[in-house]
Ligand binder design. Structure first.
Ligand code: UDP
Length: 335
């Protein structure tokens, strides 16, 4: 079976490609490398001993995408490609709407032209917005977000749901990720954003590697047990495996199905920092700073649906996540 992975050179995409290749799928990657490095493809090959087909094009390039579908018999698509920086999206809303919506619409049009009916989409817990109580459950209203990035996820979920209504044979699994961190055990793949990281774990990695002076914890006065925000951090390899399970589910079902991928546990920023220090035997310089605009105090997943429908459960511990993140940050610094 051949799977097209859009954004397959990115952080979650590359880990998913590794799991797909290890499970025996044929993989075709489409990635314009706007936020990924070309050597990720070589690293995937080093890890798996297999080389996925790679096309460096943007998903909104309809002609290019048609050529890809013409060249392979693609049975299903996992769609990661999209801009993903929350803060940047506030400053560049048009770019975010244009890129994320165009690429999805183009992909759907091309899938329709080539009779491909199975899609796994990379959505986010951001679609639950600020008003739902946690833990978040899939049947809660998921119709609001706090950034243009988040709104593109809300809108794409809507588009896919409407598309499924019009095309009863189509299956779209909307995977709502919580906070993926960690890295591949080889140390060859991980979260390596361009510039100064916005997300917590890549920032911690750069501080630990001495590339940034100290971590600022955004807010110490939230109504949480230690005053810092709580999130549901899950290992990126668990998340990648969730995509394989979703793919299997999509093969045997139709319609749009939203599914949370999280551990079901809330961990605070301070707890994560402490776990990182302990497991890697180091002190991490940090200070408590002001709150970051738009941050919610606490949220985590109700992960029961993923277990019931997909037979998926996160298995890696917070210690695994902290250890592998540091192994990757160390190697990235050396290379
Ligand atoms: N955070 C922090 N310092 C940083 C980056 C993030 O304290 O330099 C906190 C942030 O306030 C949030 C948590 O870490 O509570 C996770 O943030 P991240 O940006 O990784 O993911 P989000 O939950 O915002 O999608």
């Amino acid at each position: 079976m051949t799977v097209l992975v859009t954004g397959g050179a990115g952080y979650i995409g590359s880990h998913t490609v590794v799991e797909l290749l290890n499970a025996g799928y044929e993989v075709v990657i489409v990635d314009d490398l706007s936020n990924a490095k070309a050597d990720v493809i070589d690293r995937i090959q080093t890890i798996t001993g297999k080389s996925p087909a790679f096309h460096p094009i943007n998903c909104a390039d309809k002609g290019g995408l048609c050529n890809v579908f013409r060249s392979y018999n693609i049975n299903a698509v996992i769609h990661f490609a999209g801009f993903k920086a929350v803060g940047e999206s506030v400053k560049k809303p048009l770019e975010y709407y244009r890129n994320n919506l165009d690429s999805t619409l183009t992909l759907l049009e091309v899938m329709e032209a080539f009779d491909c009916h199975k899609l796994v989409f990379s959505s986010s817990a951001t679609v639950y917005g600020p008003n739902n109580p946690h833990p978040y459950r899939e049947e809660m209203p998921a119709i609001q977000s706090s950034s243009p990035y988040g709104w593109t996820k809300v809108m794409i979920e809507r588009i896919l749901t409407d598309y499924c209504t019009a095309h009863p044979e189509f299956s779209a699994i909307l995977l709502r990720y919580f906070n993926p961190i960690g890295a591949h055990k080889s140390g060859l793949l991980g979260d390596d954003p361009n510039g100064i990281p916005n997300n917590l774990m890549p920032y911690i990695g750069r501080v630990a590697a001495g590339q940034l002076e100290k971590l600022t914890i955004f807010g110490g006065d939230y109504e949480t047990p230690d005053g810092t925000c709580q999130r549901d951090y899950l290992h990126v390899v668990d998340l990648a495996i969730g995509h394989l399970k979703a793919l299997e589910y999509a093969q045997n079902n139709s319609g749009a199905e939203a599914i949370n991928l999280g551990t079901g546990n809330g961990i605070s920023v301070l707890e994560l920092v402490t776990a990182f220090e302990k497991v890697n035997n180091m002190k991490l310089p940090y200070e408590i700073g002001p709150r970051r605009d738009g941050d919610l105090p606490a949220f985590w997943a109700d992960a029961t649906k993923a277990k019931e429908l997909l037979g998926w459960e996160a298995t890696h511990t917070v210690e695994d996540m902290c250890k592998s993140s540091w192994e990757f940050a160390k190697k990235s610094k050396e290379s």
